[in-house]
Design a protein around this ligand. Structure first.
Ligand code: FA5
Length: 352
């Protein structure tokens, strides 16, 4: 038979349990406390253990012990619930503080990339020509001397080769193209035998010249070559296309003019100027005081070039042009020095 429990033991248990509860600061400790005094799945609590021994008390003492044990149980339950509420609130507050989100903080600005003014201008030019029914072709930047000159009616030692100061490579006969015109030969050869006629293509891309760099001339710049070949193409078609192009590119104020010129691969040849005026210092400088800025060379495709491309000049005629997008970007965006284009100065690039 077990030893009889005493009221003092109940008092002691109550004191100990309440004191222990005051130390409880988190859910884990709260759980442990509960298991210790009220029991868990497989273990008896301290209070239960005392109550079980009630049978070893003389019967007349049992009611008093039972009442006191019940009172202790109620006190502990009430104290537990109070502590539980306190612990839960404290834990929630800690969690909120740890994950605090200040919605009034300003956002981090996202650096926005921009398109280069040359790209912007090229896209505009391409859009205008594709709307007029032109296809876009690409041709290599590293070219043969033959494509760049000979097949364009400039055999070796032809004086007109001097119009383009050339970057040569260490491979004989291989150069950096000085203009996009060799693309004319490549497209004609591909399309003269098969493919839909009339031919209407543009060829955008970089060209390279061993040239003195100035405010209006770079040693590397873009060109957009244009080529139209059909059965009855005339100079009037060339003028019509350019007038429409200028209207769309520069608006109704975009005045252009044609000047007689010379290129070995076109006959007759012209140069096309856009009007900048002489009002501002910048306009005077860009136009050398004339008010007009040259944006393209053009003309009727020379019979020899048609033949080199596989077209019979008795049957076919066409016009071609080569324009400079950077010169047009200068007109569009009011840029007064072509050297800004490739300097990669963010103060310049961020304006577009
Ligand atoms: C040519 O390159 C000829 N291939 C154009 C052509 C094509 C004529 C087809 C007839 C038929 P030119 O060297 O003039 O021509 O250059 C054409 C355009 O490129 C010029 O009008 C100008 O807008 C631009 N350009 C020429 N040199 C420079 C330079 N150094 N920097 C920037 N743009 C230039």
């Amino acid at each position: 038979m077990s030893e009889a429990p005493t009221l003092e033991q109940l008092d002691a248990l109550e004191r100990e349990a309440l004191a222990a509860l005051q130390q409880v600061e988190n859910s884990e400790a709260l759980h442990a406390w509960r298991a210790r005094y009220f029991g868990a799945k497989r273990t008896e609590g301290a209070l239960e253990q005392l109550m079980k021994r009630i049978g070893s008390l003389p019967p007349e003492q049992r009611p008093a012990f039972g009442r006191r044990a019940n009172a202790v149980k109620q006190t502990l339950i009430a104290a537990y619930e109070q502590r539980e509420a306190h612990v839960k609130t404290a834990e929630m507050q800690a969690a909120l503080q740890a994950n605090a989100l200040d919605v009034t903080l300003p956002g981090r600005p996202i650096a926005v990339g921009r398109l280069h003014p040359s790209t912007l201008t090229l896209r505009r030019i391409i859009q205008i020509f594709t709307r007029m029914g032109f296809e876009v072709y690409r041709s290599p930047e590293v070219e043969t001397d033959e494509m760049n000159f000979t097949l364009l009616n400039m055999p070796p030692d032809h004086p007109a080769r001097d119009m383009w100061d050339t970057f040569y490579t260490t491979t004989p006969g291989v150069i950096l193209r000085t203009h996009t015109s060799p693309g004319q030969i490549r497209v004609m050869r591909e399309r003269s035998k098969n493919g839909p006629q009339p031919l209407r293509v543009i060829l955008p891309g970089m060209v390279y010249r061993y040239e003195q760099v100035t405010a209006r001339s770079e040693s590397q710049f873009n060109q957009v070559e244009g080529l139209v070949i059909g059965r009855r193409i005339t100079m009037a078609d060339l003028k019509g296309v350019f007038v429409e192009f200028a209207r769309q590119m520069f608006g109704s104020a975009g005045q252009i003019r044609f000047r007689a010129s010379y290129f070995p691969f076109t006959e007759p040849s012209v140069e096309v100027d856009v009007y900048l005026g002489t009002e501002t210092e910048r306009a005077r400088m860009l136009t050398k005081g004339t008010g007009w800025l040259e944006i393209a060379g053009a003309g009727m495709v020379h019979p020899t070039v048609l033949r080199n491309g596989g077209y019979d000049p008795e049957e076919w005629s066409g016009f071609a042009f080569g324009m400079g997008p950077e010169r047009q970007a200068m007109r569009l965006y009011g840029i007064n020095d072509i050297r800004y284009f490739w300097q990669n100065d963010l103060r310049f690039l961020e304006q577009f």
